[in-house]
Ligand binder design. Structure first.
Ligand SMILES: [Ca+2]
Ligand SMILES: [Ca+2]
Ligand SMILES: [Ca+2]
Length: 439
């Protein structure tokens, strides 16, 4: 751990429908074809509790029940008739979606057999994260055409104006001002480094626009991002991060207007060393009690995450990182506090082994939007956060209560795929498709 005392740092290592899926019967309508020369027999249908509601262009009729009936029984009765050629459920198809985003083929971390998180097949459910807000507690936001439509108002929670680099303390503008540093600026021996635009990368994995014929795709491309800026020059303080968690989840922070967009998924791709501070634990527990699942990175030090925080706090979903082959990434922390592993990639020997997402090209202050491969447990966590958004979208679409944080964790873990890991990587590799099915 480098940098100023009691600071946490970001956890990226900077390098450089067409065909039908299985039908989903609604059970409410049927397509019935009477034999050629036989007009639709309204009396026969009525005897089966059905009535014609439309025509289908192959000479069949669309029929709807006039009373509650059992689908199997109704179909059997129709098919037993000599004048019925066929009768079947008017089912549902979904796009077997292959995104048209030109950089999607480089996002191996979504679809490759070895270690991809099966995001592509999860999308076949039609779920997009619509209606779900995900707080990205990180370096803040930058303008990007892949993200602008999905940003909601966030907050700059950095209380030190020098660290914030925007000339003031806390304010309602979550703009990432850059976290570049000169050699030694953040403690003896710390290297010079360009701005990371870390929060922009994390946000892109969660909710970059998909299907817009541009750039990359996010895991939950219709989820909304609430950017909460807590990391600036030389990292972020515990106090600011704690208040960020409280605010993001809908709690009260003195001197700050309440968040109009409380998030039920929080992503924290950041960490420091040591035990979980009691104050940080209290904030996480309170967020859980408000219904917010808290997804955190395990850390990038190739050590047991028991000494990395917030990875070691209770009530968080601690995410380790895998490489492109499904092995624990060389840098990833591990151990009993890890709940699950997701793709974090390795940018050596080839950058393309990292996770591709949105970025900014500025070396210090923001400049043009861009894309880049990063590696890190910081990149793994947002895969999980995006999948949680898909899971909660499923509950919203069904009009039922959202999953509690404990239910989210249990469903993610009930359905993970096996991976290769020495030291403990939780239950295994994230399986988006199965997690969504279990939600
Ligand atoms: Ca500020
Ligand atoms: Ca896109
Ligand atoms: Ca844990």
């Amino acid at each position: 751990m480098t940098g100023i005392g009691a600071a946490m740092t970001l956890l990226a290592v900077t390098p450089v429908m067409a065909n039908a899926g299985p039908a989903s019967p609604t059970g409410t309508e049927f397509i019935v074809k009477f034999r050629d020369g036989v007009a639709a027999r309204s009396d026969a249908l009525a005897a089966n509790g059905l009535r014609v509601v439309g025509e289908v262009s192959v000479g069949a009729v669309l029929v709807s029940p006039t009373k509650a009936l059992d689908t199997t029984t109704a179909l059997a009765a129709l098919r037993a008739r000599g004048d019925v050629e066929y009768a079947e459920v008017n089912g549902t198809m979904h796009a077997d979606l292959t995104p048209n985003d030109p950089m999607y083929p480089q996002q191996w971390h979504y679809y490759e057999a070895a270690a991809g998180a099966r995001v592509d097949t999860a999308w076949d459910s039609g779920l997009t994260g619509a209606g779900v807000r995900v707080a990205v507690i990180d370096t803040g936001r930058t303008a990007h055409t892949e993200l602008n439509a999905n940003y909601l108002g966030g907050y700059d929670m950095i209380s030190n104006a020098a660290a914030a680099r925007d000339g003031n303390a806390r304010d309602n503008n979550a703009q990432d001002q850059g976290d570049w540093q000169a050699a030694g600026e953040c403690g003896a021996g710390t290297p010079a480094r360009n701005s990371s635009w870390h929060g922009t990368h994390v946000a892109g994995t969660i909710a970059a626009l998909r299907g817009n014929a541009a750039g990359v795709a996010g895991v939950a491309p219709a989820a909304k991002i609430v950017p909460v800026r807590v990391l600036g020059r030389c990292g972020g303080s515990f106090a600011d991060i704690i208040d960020g968690i409280t605010w993001a989840s809908g709690g009260v922070v003195a001197g700050v207007p309440n968040n109009p967009n409380p998030a039920r998924v929080l992503n924290m791709s950041l960490g420091g060393s040591g035990a979980c501070p009691a104050s940080l634990q209290a904030a996480i527990t309170a967020a859980n009690n408000r219904g917010s699942a808290v997804v955190v990175s395990a850390g990038n030090s190739n050590v047991n995450a028991s000494n990395a925080t917030p990875a070691n706090c209770n009530g968080v979903i601690t995410v380790a990182a895998s490489d492109r082959q499904g092995n624990r990434a060389v840098y990833s922390n591990f151990g009993a506090t890890v709940e699950i592993t997701a793709p974090g990639g390795e940018t050596s020997p080839a950058a393309s082994g990292g996770v591709l997402s949105t970025l900014n090209a500025g070396t210090t202050v923001p400049a043009a939007q861009s894309y880049a491969f990063y590696q890190g447990t910081s990149m793994a966590a947002p895969h999980v956060a995006g999948v949680v958004a898909l899971m909660q979208h499923k509950k919203l679409a069904a009009g039922v209560a959202l999953l509690t944080p404990a239910q989210v964790t249990a469903r993610l873990r009930a359905r993970a795929m096996p991976g290769s890991c020495v030291g403990g990587c939780g239950i295994g590799l994230l399986d988006a498709r199965a997690s969504v099915a279990a939600a």
